[in-house]
Design a protein around this ligand. Sequence first.
Ligand code: ZN
Length: 201
Amino acid sequence: MKIVCVGRNYKAHALELGNSLPEEPVIFCKPDSALLPPRNPFVIPPWTQDVHHEIEWVLRIGKVGKFIEPRFAYRYLDAMTVGLDFTARDLQTELKNKGLPWERAKGFDGSAVLGTWSPMPAEPTDHQIRLEKNGETVQNGNTRDFLTPLEDLIAFISTYFTLKKGDIIFTGTPAGVGPVKPGDSLEGFLNDDSRLRLNIR
Ligand code: ZN
């Protein structure tokens, strides 16, 4: 199983980090060891002072596909939820400034958190994703605001990486990312349905 992530897929988030809008999707991967086991708290690693939450619409692949055409892409998805793409922003900034890969800042143990899955709707539709930190909404987005449409994202990713049953795709975060600290509690919603609850240690 692999985890493929999309960066800068919402205009407002790309701009809040001072990034330019990408000409083509920004893709990176997390190893399977990044998955936080269910019901575990998220423990901030000792080597970072600035871990950010990124709430994202998360998709699960239902069958193998390579060079998937956009018009068939939706058929390759079998489930959806919301997830957290935890990011060590201090280390990511350092690596970006040196022109180095981000993996250590994005793929560390526990950096991928999944909510509960539900089947994909029969037809593609827009979805609202929202994150509460300590009971207050801090991120609120809608997949209609993707810079690259879903079908084109799946096609693009499968041009480089064969997608296999069980693979997971994080589709990028809307604006409002920010730091977490020990004692915080996070709750993620998909279309106002609570899917994910997490304590920070
Ligand atoms: Zn992300």
